[in-house]
Design a protein around this ligand. Structure first.
Ligand SMILES: Cc1ncc(COP(=O)(O)O)c(C=O)c1O
Length: 395
């Protein structure tokens, strides 16, 4: 008997989303209308911030957050090498310099002790700083550098330990940009993802917990920053300004009304969407708990509400992760490596001199992690099929 193909991810769309988009199509406002405002209001509520600005992608949002936070050419920002490449590329767009700090082995989130060590060594300057700066910079200047910010990315299911980042940032007068693209609806010590730094960004690609097709949102309680971001996403038009009046270099990072209406309908279903994903994660864990060669992501004690984006397991030696992926593929089960370390991407190596061995925890997770098929609409039978094939692949 042939079965329906198991997909890596699937959006969860109901009649409510179809009706919301259809209603917009009966109007003449297809961009910059009431849906955007309503969507922004809902997202600010979810993030627990005063303001939200909808944008065309998470990457666009990160770029604008970097500009609003005043990060520019030559500024050092401590960030994670274990993330989707956009969390670091957004710094390159403004010619800032990502200084990587390794991650926590249990959660995959940036380790605050590594961040503190990195910031303090760089501030001391000299040979101490050289050990932590990208090789391309280490030879350039012997005096101390300053560090402008910290940019953690929340990975898989939960936020990093932001109170610790907050202390470091406070001591050294740095901004925190929270890449919450993977954690809409997650809570850290009762506080929502997106509100944990000075400015946060969430993303809504179709594999995310909630989707707008393509899209993202910047959230902050800083009024000046949100005003600037609203102008920057709209070609630098003056706030309240007229057609064709631009007072700064801007971009077209607008989200359209259909996507905003879609997002609003999804945002209103967010508790249900998160609950369904949590249930699928539980089905996986229940079936794989006793497999010795598998390790799960730890849910940290400070995570008061997880928000499952991807379902990641670690394949421990002597099993070989790549061979497991091949064997699953032979059974028509898709799976992916997750993540490929950013510092080892060819253009980061060429530009900054990063090398294998620089961030051992990141590299180990990069070698051992597998993302399994995952979505809120997956059935228990499908999870069973994946787990059966996985056990077989590990034999
Ligand atoms: C950690 C992280 N940052 C940034 C992004 C970028 O979002 P987008 O694809 O909407 O540009 C993603 C998307 O998957 C992500 O996972």
């Amino acid at each position: 008997m042939t079965r329906e193909p198991i997909r890596m991810s699937s959006p969860d769309i109901t009649q409510a989303e179809i009706d919301a988009v259809t209603q917009v199509l009966h109007t003449t406002d297809l961009s910059m209308g009431g849906q955007i405002l309503a969507f922004e209001e809902e997202m600010a509520k979810i993030a627990g911030t005063k303001y939200a600005a909808a944008v065309s992608s998470g990457t666009a949002g990160l770029h604008l957050a970097v500009i609003a936070a005043g990060i520019g050419e030559g500024d050092l920002v401590v960030t994670t090498p274990f993330s989707f490449v956009a969390s670091s590329n957004c710094l390159l767009y403004e010619r800032a310099i990502p200084v990587f700090a390794d991650v926590d082995d249990q959660t995959g989130n940036m380790d605050w002790m590594r961040v503190e060590e990195t910031v303090e060594a760089i501030l001391r300057g000299g040979n101490d700083a050289k050990r932590f700066l990208p090789r391309s910079l280490a030879g350039q200047k012997s005096g101390p550098h300053s560090v402008k910010g910290i940019l953690p990315a929340n990975v898989f299911v939960q936020a990093a330990d932001y109170d610790q980042f907050g202390d470091i940032a406070h001591r050294h007068n740095m901004v925190i940009i929270e890449d919450a693209c993977e954690t809409v609806g997650a809570h850290y010590k009762g506080r929502p993802a997106g509100s944990l730094g000075d400015i946060g960004v969430m993303a809504f690609y179709p594999n995310k917990q909630m989707t707008t097709g393509e899209g993202g949102v910047v959230v902050t309680s800083n009024e000046d920053w949100i005003t600037q971001i609203r102008s920057l996403r709209n070609q630098g038009r003056k706030p309240g300004g007229m057609w064709l009046e631009h007072d700064r270099l801007g971009y077209n990072y607008r989200l359209d009304e259909m996507s905003a209406a879609f997002g609003l309908a999804q945002a209103r279903r967010l508790p249900e969407l998160l609950e369904k994903r949590k249930r699928v994660a539980f089905w996986y864990e229940e079936r794989l708990r006793d497999v010795e060669l598998i390790r799960f992501t730890t849910i940290a004690p400070y995570t008061t509400q997880p928000s499952w984006f991807v379902y990641i397991i670690r394949i421990l030696p002597p099993a070989n992760r790549d061979r497991v992926i091949e064997r699953l593929a032979r059974e028509q089960i898709p799976s992916r490596k997750y993540f490929s370390p950013i510092h080892l991407q060819s253009f980061y190596r060429d530009r900054f001199g990063y090398q294998p061995g620089d961030f051992p925890v990141t590299e180990r997770l990069g070698d051992q992690n597998i993302a399994l098929p995952f979505s809120g609409v997956m059935s228990e039978d499908e999870v069973e099929t994946v787990c059966f094939a996985l056990r077989k692949a590990l034999e």
